[in-house]
Design a protein around this ligand. Structure first.
Ligand SMILES: [Zn+2]
Length: 350
């Protein structure tokens, strides 16, 4: 439902040309883009996490356009410098990837080399440690491989048919929504672990198959074009973690592990999941106390000068499979679409 509204909004903005009119008001000083997977499109009809990927061809065209445009593609350090020193002579873009998937090294990194453009990778350290739980993909695997599943909901065992693609999509959305509505991260993990145990989905195998190992991350980290940022240890929705000390440990420990593995202390942070239900004022405060230069959310938005006062709660624009059309990217980067989502509030850091 929400996706349809956003997409319609984008079409309207694009075709009415309103984003050109809005540009001086909402265009901001720059933008941070979020990506996850970059890999060739797969034919499977059931791909509920498709919104987390773009194709190499799409990224190639995006980078080529950015390289030609009057806009600077810069590192997170340079973005931080411009924000704190008020250097807004030219608009800028930072390109960031969350989670450290193998396909980034295989398909995205070569394109950044080709165009000599910087990129940032936010790594949850449990992923290269092979202990990560990619629960949203584990749920996808359970539903993809079965035609009927049972799960405990509010203490009662309930069964759902998921034999057809339409049923699988519907069930995925429902269970995903149910998991995201849970009060604690522990409940989410336990529910998915139980499902996976019941339906023989090997959670650690997803991590091994999809995520870069330490040697692969080190190879990228050695390139001056690459910034490695922290993304906690266990990729938890931090706001759902009751204990402040655990939140602090998740962030601090991930930075220490990355520093030990790669020889450089990360100075930038990305909150896992990163929406207002996953990162809020407590997380922003802790990130500031730990001395990060910047920390990014997934709240949609472009950067304004005022974000210099909110460097622990920076918005990003998601470049994803649902909006994999260049005219969408153009509108998103103009700031018009995200300004609509934000109700024209320039800074959303509460
Ligand atoms: Zn993530």
């Amino acid at each position: 439902m929400k996706k349809t509204i956003i997409r319609t909004g984008l079409e309207t903005l694009y075709f009415s040309g309103m984003h050109h009119l809005l540009r001086p008001v909402v265009g901001g000083v720059g933008v941070i883009l979020t990506l996850h997977h970059v890999r060739p499109a797969r034919p499977d009809a059931f791909q509920p996490n498709r919104l987390l990927e773009v194709t190499p061809k799409f990224l190639d065209r995006l980078l080529r356009r950015l390289k030609r445009a009057r806009i600077d593609v810069i590192s997170l350090d340079e973005m931080h410098r411009r924000m704190v020193s008020g250097d807004f002579k030219r608009r800028f873009v930072c390109i960031t990837f969350d989670d450290g998937y193998k396909d980034i090294k295989e398909f995205a990194y070569p394109l950044f080399k080709k165009y000599e453009l910087p990129l940032a990778l936010y790594i949850p350290t449990s992923f290269p440690d092979r202990l990560g739980e990619l629960w949203w993909l584990a749920l996808e695997a359970v539903i993809a491989r079965n035609s009927r599943i049972g799960m405990l909901i509010d203490g009662k065992e309930q069964f759902f048919d998921c034999g057809t693609v339409a049923e699988k999509r519907e069930l995925y959305d429902a269970v995903y929504g149910y998991l995201r509505s849970m009060k604690t991260e522990d409940e989410v993990r336990k529910t998915v672990r139980d499902l996976c145990a019941c339906y023989h989905v090997d959670i650690p195998a997803l991590c091994r198959d999809l995520c870069m190992d330490w040697a692969e991350i080190a190879e990228l980290a050695a390139d001056p074009l690459v910034t490695i940022g922290a993304h906690t240890v266990n990729h938890m929705m931090l706001k759902k973690v009751p204990n402040d000390d655990t939140v602090r440990a998740e962030i601090e420990m991930s930075r220490a592990v990355l520093e030990a593995a790669l020889g450089k202390r990360p100075e930038h942070l990305s909150y896992p999941v990163g929406d207002p239900t996953s990162a809020g004022p407590r997380e922003f405060r802790i990130a500031a106390e730990l001395g990060f230069k910047t920390a990014v959310t997934t709240r949609p938005g472009v950067l304004f000068k005022a974000h210099a006062e909110h460097l622990m709660a920076l918005p990003r624009v998601s470049v994803n499979g649902e909006f994999q059309k260049h005219r969408y990217v153009k509108v998103l980067m103009s700031g018009a679409a995200t300004a609509m989502w934000n109700g024209f509030r320039r800074v959303n850091a509460a």
